[in-house]
Design a protein around this ligand. Sequence first.
Ligand SMILES: [Zn+2]
Length: 243
Amino acid sequence: MRPIGEQVCSVCGERLFSPYAMDSPTGNPKCGMCLRVAPVFEQAVAFGSYEGSLRDLIHLLKFEGVRPAAGVLGRMLAEAMSKFAAGTQLQDVVVVPVPLHRSKRRQRGFNQAELIACAALRNVDHPERYHLCSQVLERKRETTSQVGLTSHQRRANLRGAFAVADAQSVKGREVLLVDDVYTTGATVSECARVLLRAGASRVSAATVARTLKVSAQNLELGQQSRSDEISAAEAPLATAVGT
Ligand SMILES: [Zn+2]
């Protein structure tokens, strides 16, 4: 389980293949999606690629209820959060875990995003700059699984799913959304949208893992046997970039 060590979009964290687009005023690289339409959030950072042993560890926590996994994932999240430090001045930040619907939370017994956020705040530099506010967002309805949906369908699926339960806590303040996985950004975008409407000054996001565009090399490996697929998923990301 290693951090994303290659060139990624400075806004959404997507893997970039050269020649990647450059944002001329700042010199920060951006992916084509972010160049076309700026996301509602400021920046999204992630520790690693959602595959192999990192995906297994997240599943261990979420689906098998192995809570100590949250400690490890929290340390990774803290490392992802350190990626903000260079460009952004994070001060007095309201940390908001992406909520589960209460029926899902009852069923699981915990919200993995909240456990990971708690663990991360024990490991970040300058913990005094962060304030965990788990009750700010509310999931109004249970959304059907996002698996297999296009990004447009994901956005439609999430519309109206979240509401701000405590606008006072975010008014005029910087918010950091925390979740386990960033897939298409639909969840983070929808949460950011309602938070900004409630008066948050800026919204960024940090997740432990992110799905990344697969390189041509990895796609080829994926055509081979299952065992090859596993070793490809666990191979260092740097080798997957290709030239
Ligand atoms: Zn991007």
